[in-house]
Design a protein around this ligand. Structure first.
Ligand code: CA
Ligand code: CA
Length: 304
């Protein structure tokens, strides 16, 4: 990641390679061998579904996204689609084990694709609760609230995701005792229970809102979406912090190779160590705001 960060400082131009699942088109221009490329990931939904926080399993064959579609269980629901025989299936509702008349959002899979954590809330501005569902025998189990000490009454918890080995849950919360607003935390699993959350500290957390984090495979880099004074044209950009000598570095903008004038957020690290997926309403192929928020894959031969 250190080499990757220096790449951002050295290179300032986005070179987009259009790459689709199952088929890759040649880049329109010859690109330097080790340059970061941004490619569009094909998705199963329509722009009018207002998809948000789209997330895939590591093998890119199963997708979850949130949508206010009117044919769900009410408010935001989570929707699935499976990539089979070279195409995505018609999206289908995740069902009553996961969805309710409340909002369901922020669905994220574990690295083995067998657990999904998400947020449920009647009113995101007031409080939320984290839930987990497990893939058993081909279907998702009745989602259970994680509960205290991770998800507390009258607080907001968002953007939870599992560490690569599944033993930690990283998330954001506005609970008391942090640096202010939303802060990043992690909780460690002990058997079937989650331990007291640990605040990631004042390097990465500020008096502003830290939210929407994703953790790298080695748990030494966090990327998250937020608006700061150096965000591109006031949009949401991806920022990063690195763990060095036990503390998280002050956050830095991920740079204009990946960030766009659109809203870039909801990132996650690919399992191969060389890709970073994220959601953006910027169309990197067209160089303008797109029809809807899509999924993009930044590939860096030097590794993330
Ligand atoms: Ca719902
Ligand atoms: Ca904060």
């Amino acid at each position: 990641m250190t080499r990757y960060i220096s790449t951002f400082l050295l290179l300032g131009v986005i070179s987009a390679t259009i790459s689709y699942l199952g088929c890759t088109t040649k880049p329109s221009k010859q690109v330097a061998e080790e340059k970061i490329t941004i490619s569009k990931v094909t998705v199963p939904f329509r722009p009018d579904e207002q998809p948000f926080c789209v997330s895939l399993t590591e093998d890119e064959t199963f997708i979850v996204y949130q949508s206010p579609r009117s044919d769900g269980h009410g408010a935001l629901d989570l929707w699935f689609s499976r990539f089979e025989d070279g195409k995505w299936s018609e999206p289908y509702n995740a069902g009553p084990n996961i969805n309710s008349s409340s909002n369901e959002a922020d669905g994220k899979f574990s690295h083995d694709g067998k657990s999904m954590v998400f947020v449920r809330s009647d009113d995101f501005s007031k409080s939320t609760e984290l839930y987990i569902s497990y893939l058993e025998g081909g279907s998702w189990t009745k989602a259970a609230p994680i509960g205290a000490p991770v998800s507390l009454p009258d607080t907001k918890e968002f953007g939870a995701n599992f560490s690569h080995d599944g033993t930690r849950l990283y998330f954001s919360s506005d609970r008391e005792g942090g640096e202010g607003g939303m802060d990043h935390y992690y909780s460690e699993r002990s058997g079937q229970t989650w331990g007291e959350p640990v605040n990631l500290g004042p390097g990465i957390n500020t008096e502003g809102n830290e939210n929407d984090l994703t953790i790298s495979l080695d748990e030494k880099t966090i990327v998250f979406g937020t608006k700061k004074s150096d965000s591109i044209e006031g949009s949401t950009d991806l920022y990063f912090s690195q763990l060095t000598e036990g503390s998280w570095s002050p956050i830095q903008n991920l740079g204009s190779e990946i960030n766009s004038p659109g809203n870039d957020s909801c990132a996650w690290f690919g399992h191969n160590g060389t890709s970073l997926y994220f959601n953006s309403d910027w169309d990197y192929d067209l160089g303008k705001i797109g029809e809807s928020r899509l999924v993009w894959k930044a590939s860096n031969p030097k590794g993330f």
